[in-house]
Design a protein around this ligand. Structure first.
Ligand SMILES: Nc1ncnc2c1ncn2[C@@H]1O[C@H](COP(=O)(O)OP(=O)(O)OP(=O)(O)O)[C@@H](O)[C@H]1O
Ligand SMILES: [Mg+2]
Length: 315
């Protein structure tokens, strides 16, 4: 079941079209990576899904409720972590959460234990009494995440939660999201740092100029672009002959000695057009063809490259 479904969602700001008939679905339980360059429309989409912005046209449903017709029900189902923290002079960490707990009408006797549980969950129990403006950026991000969970929403929408975090804090965030996933939450998370999302997301959507370029389970997105891959093939003996043989193979577009191959390691970089099955056939053919193959390694396309390739392909 889809917890988020948009249909031809369109957002215009004056002459700017921020979202252009965006149709997407987020399956319940997914960790959904929402990827796109600056100005692609990620924040705009998230603001619509959290009822902060009224779309110009189209529909968006969250947990079955349409955002413009049933905003209160949508707000109960979703927790939002915006990309900026805001200014909260004079509030302590626990007071900040208490304030949002009250606005979501979390009962008083439930609030106190809940605030402590959430501070514990995001690793801020020791900062309970600290003024929020004294917290480091990473700590504010985590507090903001705790705030998004104060009313126990099914869906968490996190706008660039990893931006500005140090490597260690990023790893901690990833662990935390894993934990939330295990708790059964659906998570939508935006970023332009794609490699970072690859490991933690179950689904990926790529958006550019308000349009969806690709979406689906992360493996499918990877596979669809990976039908084209780069192989490092190391051979023993006559490298030039091996190169000529490979060059003649119909599924091979290009073959060149590795650029760093001054030491005569015999590595050829092959631009191969085929899937796993075709690669197996290539390996067999090389052996049958008498090539002295020492090793073959596939240079994995990471998400960054995939993203570049997909966005390049659009006019
Ligand atoms: N309130 C607004 N008024 C006018 N234009 C806006 C407004 N909000 C967003 N836009 C425009 O809509 C487009 C999409 O912006 P959006 O903030 O959704 O992008 P984004 O994908 O979140 O980018 P980033 O990665 O930089 O956060 C941009 O061209 C932006 O200038
Ligand atoms: Mg944004």
């Amino acid at each position: 079941m889809a917890i988020v479904a948009t249909h031809e969602l369109t957002q215009r700001f004056g002459t700017t079209t921020a979202l252009d008939r965006l149709t997407l679905e987020i399956p319940a339980g997914a960790v959904y990576g929402f990827i796109g360059p600056n100005g692609a429309g990620k924040t705009t989409t998230m603001r619509i899904l959290t009822t902060l912005l009224r779309p110009t046209a189209g529909e968006a449903r969250v947990a079955g409720f349409e955002v413009t017709r049933d905003p209160a029900a949508v707000r109960a189902a979703v927790g939002f972590m915006p990309d900026t923290f805001g200014v909260y002079e004079g509030l302590r960490a626990w007071e900040y959460l208490d304030f949002f707990g009250r606005s979501f009408r979390v009962a008083a006797q439930r609030r106190t234990p809940l605030i402590d549980e959430l501070l514990e969950l995001v690793g801020l129990a020791h900062k309970r009494e600290a003024p929020v403006m004294s917290l480091s950026r990473g700590m504010q991000q985590r507090l903001s995440l705790a705030r998004a969970m104060i009313h126990d929403p099914q869906l968490l929408i996190l706008d660039e939660p990893a931006s500005g975090l140090d490597p260690r804090a990023r790893i901690e965030l990833r662990e935390l999201l894993k934990e939330l996933g295990a708790m059964g939450k659906t998570i939508m998370i935006s970023s332009h740092i794609l490699t970072e999302l690859a490991e933690m997301c179950s689904h990926i959507a790529i958006i550019e100029r308000g349009r969806l370029l690709a979406d689906g389970p992360v493996e499918r997105i990877m596979r669809s672009v990976q039908a084209h891959r780069t192989l490092d093939i190391r051979v023993m003996g006559d490298v030039a002959a091996a190169q000529a043989w490979l060059h003649a193979h119909p599924a091979i577009r290009a073959v060149e000695p590795a650029p760093d191959d001054g030491a005569g390691r015999g590595v050829l970089v092959v631009d191969f057009d085929g899937d796993d099955r075709a690669q197996v056939a290539l390996v067999r053919a090389m052996i049958d063809g008498g090539l002295n193959v020492l090793s073959i390694s596939e240079t994995r396309n990471n998400l960054e490259e995939i993203f570049m390739r997909i966005t390049e392909a659009t006019p």
